[in-house]
Design a binder for this molecule. Structure first.
Ligand code: FAD
Length: 409
């Protein structure tokens, strides 16, 4: 028995970047929207913390960029790679046609808190925390709402549209029976942090050494470290012991030898199982999936949040009007997939290419890797760095906020 029944125009499962941005934009356009998030807060360690120039551009378009940038963050203006002994600037964001020429590094919970604060300014925005979606309501063929478990019992949300924005292990897409295509990934990623010292002097950097890819992100007072291993290799690494892992890190970057002892147990190391997949069809009558629920991205380029947010903006642009008229058709939903499938597909192809042709090779290497000739040109011809910057910073087919700011009916 449901303890509460709510009726709304749009029910969104998942308060991640996709769900919160869509909730904000729809509420801003005067659409009644309910966002359900299973956690009690937005706290998560080692999630995507990169806010790309195109996402920052949305903030500008919404008039909230200055407020956003007042929150603590770091700014990455260039991406540098060290391949073997050679250091190469791979991307330079200075020339992007956006207001911010950097990637902002901000804990994902700060970003989500910020979106929630902005959304709460609109009376038609409703956020339920500790509400875990575990069922869909149907009316014949059409999805007509969802059911969620809360500490007080079940709630039923009747909605003209249900949005699955509940991430890569989406319950909604599974309940809706949407078919997933899995593209595989040759690697997993280990995340951990190491203290940053004032004299470190390094920038955000990716290193490729025989058998390992190691990325260090400057987070102000610590380094957020990503250590790429062959798929399923975590157990083998653990079997060799923590001391061997620490020694490997110190060999990779001798400057870290004085602090690898901060990793005191394997609990300090979080495993991200890399998945790259995409739904064949993102919707069915009354329901659509966006963000990771529609397409889990590889960590290559760190574009997952950006794509999730782009989906949300496109969905709001296309759906705000039908939602206000309370008549969302399958054709409207198909338009969202049509708009976002192509940029997602191309980005995943690029990621799969990098995974297969570069990362797999480096992971299998026993000798010091040498940068491919094309990559060495980046140091000789700096304008070449603009292309990866564009790809990573803006992606393909960047969206713009077209949904208006309107009072609810
Ligand atoms: C360790 C790690 C590091 C990453 N690093 C980066 C990076 O540097 N840059 C980058 O761009 N991307 C990164 N990503 C990917 C990025 O975090 C995702 O692509 C992005 O968060 C997707 O946003 P989303 O809103 O679609 O899904 P999510 O962020 O996964 O949000 C889904 C939300 O739904 C909630 N939820 C799940 N199930 C239910 C349910 N049944 N009911 C209610 N709520 C539910 C979850 O709690 C979550 O809050 C990383 C991912 C991981 C795991």
């Amino acid at each position: 028995m449901a303890v509460e029944t709510i009726t709304t125009a749009c029910a969104i499962a998942g308060g991640g970047p996709a769900g919160m941005m869509l909730g904000l934009l729809l509420a801003r356009a005067g659409v009644d929207v309910v966002v359900l998030e299973k956690h009690a807060d937005f706290l998560r360690d080692f999630r995507g913390d990169t806010i790309h120039p195109s996402t920052l551009e949305f903030m500008y378009e919404l008039g909230i960029l200055d407020d956003f940038l007042k929150r603590p963050h770091q700014e990455v203006r260039e991406l540098t790679g060290q391949i073997g002994d050679q250091r190469i600037v791979l991307a330079d964001f200075a020339h992007l046609p956006t207001h911010c020429h950097f990637i902002a590094l901000m804990p994902q919970w700060d970003f989500l808190d910020f979106l929630a604060d902005q959304a709460r300014r609109y009376p038609s925005f409703h956020l339920y925390m500790r509400a875990e979606v575990d069922g869909l309501l149907t009316d014949g063929d059409r999805i007509s709402g969802l059911q969620a478990k809360t500490p007080d019992g079940f709630i039923e949300i009747k909605a003209d549209l249900v949005v699955g924005a509940d991430g890569r292990r989406s319950t909604v897409r599974e309940l809706a029976g949407l078919e997933v295509e899995d593209f595989g990934a040759p690697m997993d990623v280990l995340w951990f942090r190491l203290a940053k010292r004032p004299d470190d002097g390094l920038q955000t950097l990716g290193r490729m050494q025989p058998g390992v890819v190691f990325v260090t992100l400057d987070r102000g007072d610590y380094w957020q470290c990503a250590y790429v291993i062959p798929k399923g290799g975590f157990d083998r690494l653990r079997a060799k012991g923590l001391e061997a892992f620490r020694a490997k890190l110190a060999a990779l970057n001798p400057a870290f030898a004085d602090r690898v002892g901060e990793i005191t147990s394997w609990d300090d190391v979080k495993l991200l199982t890399v998945t790259v997949d995409r739904l064949k069809r993102w919707y069915r009558p009354g329901l659509i999936c966006i963000g990771d629920a529609a397409h889990a991205m590889s960590p290559v380029g760190g574009v997952g949040i950006n794509l999730a947010v782009q989906d949300a903006v496109a969905a709001a642009n296309i759906l705000w009007q039908p939602l206000r008229q309370r008549s969302v058709s399958v054709v409207d939903l198909a338009k969202v997939q049509q708009r976002r499938e192509w940029p997602t597909k191309i980005m995943q192809r690029v990621q799969l290419f990098v995974q297969k042709r570069i990362i797999s090779n480096v992971l299998a290497m026993t000798e010091r890797p040498r940068p491919p000739f094309v990559v060495t040109l980046f140091n000789r011809f700096p304008f070449l760095r603009r292309f990866p910057a564009r790809l990573i910073g803006m992606g393909f087919r960047p969206e713009h906020v077209r949904s208006p700011e309107l009072a609810p009916d």
